[in-house]
Each structure stands twice: as structure tokens, then as C-alpha cells.
Design a binder for this molecule. Structure first.
Ligand code: HEC
Ligand code: HEC
Ligand code: HEC
Ligand code: HEC
Ligand code: HEC
Ligand code: HEC
Ligand code: HEC
Ligand code: HEC
Ligand code: HEC
Ligand code: HEC
Ligand code: HEC
Ligand code: HEC
Length: 288
């Protein structure tokens, strides 16, 4: 910003407009207005520009932001042809000292300096984004997935735009909506499936685990009222042991003899439910 200060202290109106009209403007006639301004000011002021240039003042008025409020035309355009030939400023005259300002080709994204925050960029952009966003690339690199191989701009094709997952993927079940995806997935580490317990519906797990869902839903025992994530807590593939919740409910010798809880209780999703071949070893089912 130091150079900017220098620019301001330069003063405005450095150019005699007279010269502009006295010299022939060969080749530039098309840019000139049909009628000349009625009065010719001795020096060129910011308010004069609009007399000959329609678009830049209109753009700045509509979307100039700080380029409207913090600087004037002549802070950037120092002089005017034909007296001064090169009057297009470099961005680095006023913006330097951060990694972002070390990028090349500022105008590739900031296409119009008169509307500085109207930003468009190409399809294969990653590195420039990292001058401001570093946590996202950390996630993409530390939890490698097929998303890590995409460009930031593959998904964020406009700055600030968040795409819906369903723009590129089918949901696991027809009744699942785009809003459900982030209950289980993070966009920048999609393979690390984790969730807040009880925010996930049993049917969402059931989209891939039909048998578990069917068994549990049809079961007549107390586990039936519990959600999948009550037991499979926090992250995908977490499997609890029965003892996590029940401790040691029976005398040790009994357990030692039968080995596993499942020998008598079958599976957690349907307690006491045994396949016919094993039936002989099963205690009488609990009345419910
Ligand atoms: C009387 C008409 C007139 C006025 C007033 C005028 N300009 Fe221009 N401007 C021109 C013409 C004609 C050209 C083309 C000159 C050339 O390229 O040699 C031009 C060219 C330019 C360019 C392009 C230079 C380049 O290198 O491509 C800029 C920038 C510019 N003017 C800015 C301004 C600003 C800022 C003001 C107000 C401070 C202003 N002009 C006032 C007529 C005008
Ligand atoms: C923050 C710096 C900045 C300010 C403020 C600024 N310009 Fe510009 N202007 C530029 C740059 C940079 C370019 C070159 C754009 C390019 O190469 O595409 C440019 C290009 C131009 C051009 C030539 C190309 C065109 O778009 O017609 C004109 C004329 C112009 N500016 C006029 C103005 C006027 C009038 C104002 C004030 C209302 C103004 N500018 C304010 C930076 C600025
Ligand atoms: C004559 C000085 C000057 C030049 C040249 C200049 N800028 Fe700026 N720009 C400023 C000032 C002052 C601000 C407001 C303070 C800040 O953000 O640093 C600003 C702000 C911005 C902003 C943020 C706008 C907002 O309101 O949030 C963008 C984007 C920007 N400039 C881009 C550019 C680009 C791209 C160029 C080169 C085409 C450029 N500027 C050239 C002075 C300048
Ligand atoms: C790949 C695209 C891209 C390129 C190249 C680029 N910018 Fe930016 N710039 C952005 C985006 C995106 C923002 C954030 C806009 C927002 O905050 O809404 C931004 C913001 C800014 C800002 C305002 C925020 C701040 O940090 O002060 C300035 C000033 C700026 N850019 C200047 C520049 C300059 C100077 C260059 C060249 C050295 C440049 N930009 C190159 C995309 C780009
Ligand atoms: C100059 C700094 C800068 C650059 C460069 C930049 N951004 Fe941003 N970005 C910001 C700021 C500031 C915001 C808005 C504040 C916020 O929510 O963090 C933002 C917001 C976003 C958002 C929306 C965040 C939300 O919560 O809604 C996304 C997505 C985004 N940027 C992606 C990108 C991508 C992709 C790139 C590269 C093409 C990029 N940004 C380049 C500064 C930048
Ligand atoms: C596969 C698509 C995809 C890719 C690739 C991607 N993002 Fe995102 N990004 C998203 C989605 C979707 C969200 C919204 C996440 C949410 O709502 O929980 C998001 C959110 C963001 C946000 C908002 C804040 C946050 O972290 O949630 C920023 C900033 C962002 N992305 C920047 C980037 C950057 C920078 C890159 C490249 C290094 C990138 N993204 C790559 C899809 C993607
Ligand atoms: C712009 C398109 C796009 C968006 C948006 C997008 N993805 Fe992807 N995603 C892809 C592509 C491409 C692949 C790789 C597919 C392949 O190679 O089979 C992928 C792969 C995946 C994978 C498998 C990862 C691996 O390494 O096996 C998961 C999980 C995934 N996406 C989830 C999501 C979720 C959740 C969202 C929303 C937060 C999302 N995606 C948004 C394009 C996208
Ligand atoms: C209840 C949690 C949950 C929800 C909600 C969820 N996913 Fe998944 N998703 C997973 C699990 C678990 C995997 C597979 C993990 C594995 O294969 O190890 C997966 C895998 C994926 C894959 C990789 C390819 C595949 O089909 O195996 C994509 C793509 C994907 N999900 C997209 C989505 C989208 C899009 C949504 C939202 C419509 C979504 N997911 C909602 C848990 C969920
Ligand atoms: C997109 C499909 C998908 C979704 C949705 C899904 N899973 Fe899975 N799940 C899988 C796959 C694939 C496996 C691995 C199967 C294998 O290794 O044989 C698996 C394995 C498991 C395992 C067994 C782990 C082990 O070590 O044996 C449990 C427990 C599990 N999932 C629970 C859940 C729960 C709870 C939900 C809902 C929060 C859920 N799953 C959602 C696809 C999914
Ligand atoms: C009361 C706790 C509990 C509930 C509720 C529960 N599970 Fe399980 N689940 C377990 C335990 C414990 C195991 C380990 C095998 C066993 O001992 O039965 C398991 C095993 C699994 C497995 C791997 C073995 C297999 O059967 O394929 C999957 C997948 C699974 N559960 C999915 C689910 C889904 C989906 C739901 C919800 C519909 C669910 N579970 C509800 C406790 C539970
Ligand atoms: C995450 C905790 C959790 C896990 C893991 C778990 N249970 Fe349970 N279990 C419960 C709760 C809660 C109840 C209901 C208690 C009540 O309502 O009194 C229950 C009830 C039971 C009952 C009584 C059933 C009835 O209908 O009366 C049996 C038997 C049982 N569990 C066996 C097991 C076995 C065997 C396993 C391992 C395969 C297991 N549990 C795993 C939490 C769990
Ligand atoms: C030898 C067969 C057998 C084994 C092995 C066994 N149980 Fe049981 N369990 C039973 C019987 C029988 C009951 C009583 C059923 C009834 O009351 O109707 C029971 C009842 C329970 C109850 C319900 C208690 C109540 O107050 O309602 C829980 C919880 C339980 N068992 C958990 C376990 C766990 C955990 C294991 C493994 C560490 C295990 N059981 C191993 C046979 C067994």
C-alpha cells in the first residue's frame, strides 16, 4: 500500500486536456464522442473521464467497491495519451507483500479492474486458491481420496459457490436428499465417514445394510428401539462389544463354558434368534 500513498500525494489532474484536442487523434476517432465537451477544463479531473469513456465509470459506479471509494481514476491512470502513453497501472503498484499478490496474471481472475470482486477463473485452478485457503488442502492431502486428485475449481467453479454432492453423485437410496450427505461425509475427506450419533436415520445405514436393518426392525427385543448409531457410534465400521454396555451380566463359569455371548443371544440385531440347526443349544426365548 506504500506506493498507493505515494500516488495520492502526487495530486490529481496532471494532464492538460488541451493537448489531447489539439493533437490529431488518428486512428482513435471511433473512441471519441460525436460532440466535444462544451468547455475544456485546464486540467483533467476524475469527473471529466465520463465525457469520453462510458463503460469504466459505469462499472466502477456499479461494482467498484474499494476501487471506487479508496482510489480515483487518476490514482491508477496517471496521465493521459498522447502526453503520457503508458497509463495502465500494474496491480503491484498498490498490492504487494502477501502470497496472493505474488501470483501472476491478476487479470486472469480479476478480469475487470473496475469491478475488482467480479471474479472468474478457469477449470483447472488449485494453487492460487491456496494463497488464502490452506485448511482445505490439508484435509485433501492428509486424507487422500479421489477428490484429492480434482482441482478446487472442478467443484467450486465460481468463487464462493458450494456444489451439491448430488450434482456429481447418485444418493445411496432414492429417499436420501442432497442435504443428508454431509451427515456422514466431509467434502474434502469423503472417505472418512463420521457422523453425529442419532442425526443419522436407520434407513440411511440400511441403504447399504439391508439385512441389519430388516432384522433389527423386525426384532421383538429391547435393542429394536435403538438407532444404528446408538451402538455403532461416531464413525463408520465402529463395532462395540456386548460388554461395552452390559459389563459381565452372568457368572464367569457360564461364560467360560459357552465362550461368546452370541452362543446364547445370537446377534445384537435380533437377540435369541437362532438358525434352526443351532436351535437345540438355545435357551427358551424370553417372552416379550
Ligand atoms: C476528451 C475525451 C477524453 C477524456 C475527457 C478522457 N479520455 Fe481517456 N482516452 C481518450 C481517447 C481518445 C483515448 C485513446 C487514446 C490513445 O490510445 O492514444 C483514451 C484512452 C484512455 C485510456 C487507455 C490508454 C491505453 O493505454 O490503452 C485510459 C486508461 C484512459 N483514456 C483513461 C482516462 C481517464 C482516467 C480519464 C479521466 C481522468 C480520461 N481518460 C479522460 C479520450 C478521453
Ligand atoms: C484500481 C485501478 C484503476 C482504477 C481506479 C481505474 N482504472 Fe481504468 N483501468 C485499470 C486497468 C488495470 C486497466 C487495464 C485493463 C485491461 O488491461 O484489461 C484499465 C483500463 C481502462 C481503460 C481502457 C480499457 C477500457 O476498459 O475501456 C479506460 C478507458 C479506463 N480504464 C478508464 C478508467 C476510468 C474513467 C476510471 C475512473 C472512473 C478508471 N479507469 C479507474 C485500472 C484502474
Ligand atoms: C492505485 C492503487 C491501486 C491499484 C493500481 C490497484 N488497486 Fe486494488 N485496491 C486499492 C486499494 C486502496 C484498495 C482497498 C484497500 C485494500 O484492499 O488493500 C484496493 C482493493 C482491491 C480489491 C478488493 C476490493 C474490495 O472492496 O474488497 C481487489 C480485488 C483489488 N483491489 C484488486 C486489484 C487488481 C486486480 C489490481 C490490478 C488490476 C488492482 N487492484 C490495482 C488500490 C489499488
Ligand atoms: C486464480 C484467481 C486469482 C488470481 C490469479 C488473483 N486473484 Fe486476487 N482474488 C481472487 C479471489 C477468489 C479473491 C477473493 C475474493 C473475495 O474475498 O470474495 C481475491 C481477492 C483479492 C483481493 C482482495 C482481498 C485481499 O486479500 O486484499 C485483492 C486486493 C486481490 N485479490 C488482488 C490480486 C492481485 C494483485 C493479483 C495478482 C498479483 C490477484 N489478485 C490474482 C482470485 C484471484
Ligand atoms: C485473496 C483470498 C482468496 C482467494 C485467492 C480465494 N478465496 Fe475463497 N474465500 C475468500 C474469502 C475472504 C471468502 C469469504 C469468507 C469466508 O467465508 O471464509 C472465501 C470464500 C470461499 C468459499 C465459500 C465459503 C463458505 O463458507 O461459503 C469457497 C468455496 C471458496 N472461497 C473457494 C475458493 C476457491 C476454489 C479458490 C480458488 C479458485 C478461492 N476460494 C480463492 C478468500 C479467497
Ligand atoms: C469434490 C468437490 C470439491 C473439491 C475438489 C473441493 N471442494 Fe471445497 N467444498 C466442497 C463442498 C461440497 C463444500 C461444502 C462442505 C459443507 O457444506 O460441509 C466445500 C466447502 C469449501 C469451503 C468452505 C469452508 C469449508 O471448509 O467447509 C472452502 C473455503 C473450500 N471448500 C475451498 C476449497 C479449496 C481451496 C479446494 C481445493 C484445495 C476445494 N475446496 C476442493 C467441494 C469441493
Ligand atoms: C464436481 C463433481 C463432484 C462433486 C460436487 C462431488 N464429487 Fe465426489 N467424486 C467426484 C469424482 C470425479 C470422484 C471420483 C470418481 C471415480 O473415479 O470413480 C468422486 C469420488 C467420491 C467418493 C469416493 C472417494 C474415493 O477415493 O473412493 C466419495 C465418497 C465422494 N466422491 C463423495 C462426495 C460427497 C459426499 C460430495 C459432496 C460433499 C461429493 N462427492 C461431491 C466428483 C464430485
Ligand atoms: C449414513 C451415512 C451416509 C450418508 C447419509 C451418505 N453416505 Fe455416502 N457413503 C457412506 C459410506 C459408509 C460409504 C462407503 C464406505 C466404504 O465403502 O467403505 C459411502 C460411499 C459413498 C461414495 C463412494 C462410492 C460408493 O457408492 O460406494 C459416494 C460417491 C458417496 N458415498 C456419496 C454420497 C452422497 C452423494 C450422499 C448424499 C446423497 C451420501 N453419500 C450420503 C455413508 C453415507
Ligand atoms: C454406501 C454404503 C454404506 C452405507 C450408507 C453404510 N455402510 Fe456400513 N459398510 C459398507 C461397506 C461397503 C462395508 C464393508 C463391508 C465388508 O467389509 O464386508 C461396511 C461395513 C460396516 C460395518 C462392519 C464393520 C466390520 O468390521 O465388520 C458396520 C458395523 C457398518 N458398516 C455400520 C454402518 C452403519 C451404522 C451405517 C450408518 C451410519 C453404515 N454402515 C452405512 C457400506 C455402507
Ligand atoms: C444394540 C446395539 C446395536 C444396534 C442398535 C445395531 N447394531 Fe449392528 N452390530 C452390533 C454388534 C454388537 C455387532 C457385532 C456382531 C454381533 O455381535 O452381533 C453388530 C454388527 C453389525 C454389522 C456387521 C455384521 C453384520 O451383521 O453384517 C453391521 C453391518 C451392522 N451391525 C449394521 C447395523 C445397522 C445398519 C444397524 C441399524 C439398522 C445396526 N447395526 C444396529 C450392535 C448393534
Ligand atoms: C451400545 C450399548 C449396547 C450394546 C453394544 C449392546 N447392548 Fe444389549 N442392550 C442395550 C440396551 C440399552 C438395552 C435395553 C435395556 C433396557 O431397556 O433395560 C439392551 C438390552 C439387552 C438385552 C435384553 C433384551 C430384552 O429385550 O429384554 C439383552 C439380552 C442384551 N441387551 C444383550 C446384548 C448382547 C448379547 C449384546 C452383544 C451382541 C448387546 N446386548 C450389545 C445396550 C447395548
Ligand atoms: C449360556 C447362555 C448365555 C450366555 C453365554 C450369555 N447369556 Fe445373557 N442371558 C442368558 C439367559 C438365559 C438370559 C435370561 C433370559 C431371560 O431372562 O429371559 C440372559 C439375559 C441377559 C441379559 C438381560 C438381563 C436382564 O436383566 O434382562 C443381558 C443384558 C445379557 N444376558 C447379556 C449377555 C452378555 C453381554 C453376554 C456375554 C458376555 C451373555 N449375556 C452371555 C443366556 C446367556
Amino acid at each position: 500500500m506504500k506506493v498507493f500513498v505515494k500516488f495520492l500525494s502526487n495530486g490529481t489532474g496532471v494532464l492538460l486536456l488541451l493537448g489531447l484536442f489539439l493533437l490529431p487523434v488518428v486512428g482513435h476517432a471511433a473512441t471519441l464522442p460525436a460532440t466535444k465537451p462544451a468547455t475544456l477544463p485546464a486540467t483533467l479531473l476524475n469527473t471529466d473521464c465520463i465525457k469520453c469513456h462510458a463503460q469504466p465509470p459505469a462499472d466502477i459506479e456499479a461494482k467498484g467497491l474499494a476501487h471506487k471509494t479508496a482510489v480515483g481514476c487518476q490514482d491508477c491512470h496517471n496521465g493521459h495519451p498522447p502526453v503520457v502513453r503508458k497509463i495502465i497501472p500494474l496491480c503491484s503498484q498498490c498490492h504487494e507483500g502477501t502470497p496472493h499478490f505474488a501470483l501472476k496474471n491478476c487479470l486472469e481472475c480479476h478480469r475487470n479492474p473496475h469491478t475488482p470482486k467480479v471474479i472468474t477463473y478457469g477449470k483447472e485452478v488449485t494453487e492460487p486458491c491456496l494463497t488464502c485457503h490452506d485448511s482445505q488442502i490439508k484435509q485433501l492431502r492428509e486424507a487422500p481420496s479421489k477428490h484429492s486428485k480434482l482441482f478446487c475449481s472442478s467443484c467450486h467453479d465460481q468463487h464462493g459457490k458450494i456444489p451439491a454432492c448430488t450434482q456429481c453423485h447418485k444418493p445411496h437410496a432414492p429417499e436420501m436428499t442432497a442435504g443428508d450427505c454431509k451427515k456422514c461425509h466431509k467434502a474434502h475427506m469423503p472417505k472418512a465417514v463420521a457422523y453425529v450419533n442419532d442425526q443419522v436415520k436407520n434407513a440411511d445405514c440400511g441403504a447399504c445394510h439391508k439385512q441389519a436393518l430388516t432384522q433389527l426392525s423386525a426384532s421383538t427385543f429391547k435393542h429394536q428401539s435403538k438407532s444404528c448409531t446408538f451402538c455403532h457410534a461416531d464413525k463408520h465400521k465402529a463395532v462395540p462389544t456386548c460388554q461395552n454396555c452390559h459389563g459381565e451380566p452372568h457368572p464367569q463359569p457360564l461364560l467360560a463354558k459357552f465362550g461368546t455371548c452370541g452362543a446364547c443371544h445370537s446377534v445384537a440385531h435380533d437377540l435369541y434368534k437362532f438358525a434352526p440347526a443351532k436351535k437345540a443349544a438355545v435357551p427358551a426365548p424370553k417372552a416379550q
